[in-house]
Structure formats: C-alpha cells, structure tokens
Design a binder for this molecule. Structure first.
Ligand code: SAM
Length: 275
C-alpha cells in the first residue's frame, strides 16, 4: 500500500486573511488534521467552512503520539499538521514528527505561510542578510544568562520570541549582556488590529515597560553587535566601562562581570585593576 503524505500547513498569526489557497485546499483534502489546540483549529476551519477530523497533537504529547501518527501514514492516510498560529515546527510541535517521517521514508510537504519572526525581521530595518533565530530563551534565569552570554558578540541580527509577562525580565537580562544602548525592535501584535513596532534602545524599552502595561504577542529583534562597537569596547578603559555599565543600572558586581567579558579577562583581573 502506498504511504500517506505529511503536510506541514502554516496558518495565520492573527489576520485570518493570511492563509493561502493551497493551505485551504490541503486542509480540505487531507484525511485528518493534527492540531496543537483542536478548539482553536476548529474555529479556523469553521471560518473557512471546512469540516475535518481533528487529532490533538501538542508539544507534550508529540512523543507519545508519534507511533500512532506513523501508523496512520503507513496505512496510506494523508495528514496535515497545524499549530495554533504560524508555521508548525517553529517554536511549535512538528519537529520530532518530521524526523520520525524522514526515518520511515514518509513524504513531507511544507505548505508555506505566515511566520511571526520573518515578518518582524523584514520590518525591523536591521540586517536581513544574516540573522539568527533564537526562539524562546530558556525559562530558568541561569539558562537564560548562559544563552545571552554566548550571544554577546553576535554580529548578526538576533530574533527572539517572548511571552508578554516575561518581556520586562528579558529586557533587563539583555541589558546586562548587550548593553543598554543596543538598538531593538519590538514587533507587537503582527497582522492584528493593534499591530505596532517599537524602535528603541534596550534601556528605553525597559523604561517604557516599567511605566506601560505589556499586552499582546511580541517578536523581539536585537541589532547585531557591530564591529565599531567591539572596537570601541577594546579601546575603552576598564574604568570607563565600569562607569558606563553602572550608569546603565548594573550593580558593581554585574558591571565587573560584564567588563571582564568585554575585555576577555577574568573578573579577578578587573577587580585587581580597579584596586
Ligand atoms: N509557529 C509560530 C510562528 O510561525 O511564528 C510561533 C509560535 S510560538 C509558540 C508563539 C510566539 O510567537 C509568541 O510568544 C510571540 O513571540 C510570537 N508570535 C506569534 N504570533 C505573533 C504575532 N501576531 N505578533 C507578534 N509575535 C507573535
């Protein structure tokens, strides 16, 4: 028996008009849709008058459902994977299933469409020729800091996803590693009624969110570390850098850590120098 095909179907990230004809036809034609949240997908299907069998397929059951999904595909069923919004497999379920299909010689077809980080990137005004997508930072503070420290000298545009209630903490952590003057863009509520782009420095963004409510969904874009900035750092004295980071709001200990990183020396060397 011929095996079925797995379609990875992108759905809108807000505006329901952002779905392609091919996506709609695929959703109509497959046997079953694997949905991250069946209630959300049902609303989308109802809007386009599509009636189809749905199976719940989300991050925490992706592992246990894979064998069942593979058995359906091996039985010749064509399946579509959709997430709550945007492109499946991008900070959303799908990645493990794709690997399992490759191992089992099952055909996979992407059906292109909306993806929040691409939309944020193209309006950012930052370099779009070289960029890194980092998705969500780790949940725990230590993991976040470790990740940000590896990105400190990243020259490419950096793109992050973030939940609104964590945005303030993320901005504060970023200041520690990228400096308060680094330019960012907060792409908020893309394709929705309250869509807006906040173009500011990290320090300005943190100040803004200390005074304003944080609502909606965000893509956080951070301009890469420019060569000029790196040269400036290597020319600046340890004392000047300490003053700068303390003025940006870091305490003495964190400022020393930051200077040590900038200069590529140990914290104790910075400490000795300051003495
Ligand atoms: N698979 C999705 C995609 O293709 O973009 C991403 C899913 S991820 C679980 C959700 C995150 O994407 C949100 O926390 C936010 O950072 C970003 N996001 C999704 N929709 C957005 C929108 N309309 N505006 C801004 N950011 C959005």
């Amino acid at each position: 028996m011929e095996k079925g095909t797995l379609y990875l179907v992108a759905t809108p990230i807000g505006n329901l008009e952002d779905i392609t004809l091919r996506a709609l036809n695929t959703l109509k034609e497959v046997d079953i849709i694997l949905a991250e949240d069946t209630r959300k997908t049902l609303k989308l299907l109802n809007h386009f008058e599509i009636s189809k069998k749905l199976i719940s397929f989300y991050r925490h059951n992706e592992g246990v459902k894979i064998d069942y999904v593979l058995s359906l595909l091996n039985d010749g069923k064509n399946l579509a994977v959709v997430s709550d919004a945007g492109t499946p497999g991008i900070s959303d379920p799908g990645e493990d299933l794709v690997r399992a299909c490759i191992e089992n010689n099952i055909k996979i077809v992407p059906i292109p469409g909306a993806c929040a980080f691409i939309q944020g990137l193209i309006v950012s005004g930052f370099d779009t020729t070289r960029f890194v997508f980092e998705g969500f930072l780790p949940m725990n503070k230590r993991g976040r800091k470790e990740k940000l420290s590896t990105l400190q000298n990243e020259e490419r545009t950096m793109i992050f996803y973030e939940a609104p209630h964590k945005l303030k903490y993320t901005l504060a952590d970023m200041i520690e590693y990228f400096g308060g003057d680094r330019r960012i863009v907060l792409a908020r509520e893309l394709t929705k009624i309250h869509e807006e782009y906040l173009r500011m420095t990290l320090k300005e963004a943190l100040e803004y969110y200390e005074e304003n409510d944080i609502k909606g969904e965000f893509v956080v874009l951070v301009e890469g570390n420019s060569i000029d900035e790196k040269e400036k750092i290597s020319d600046e004295s340890i004392e000047d850098l300490m003053k700068k980071y303390i003025a940006e709001g870091l305490d003495k200990k964190d400022a020393m850590k930051r200077v040590a990183k900038d200069k590529g020396v140990s914290k104790s060397e910075v400490y000795k120098h300051l003495l």
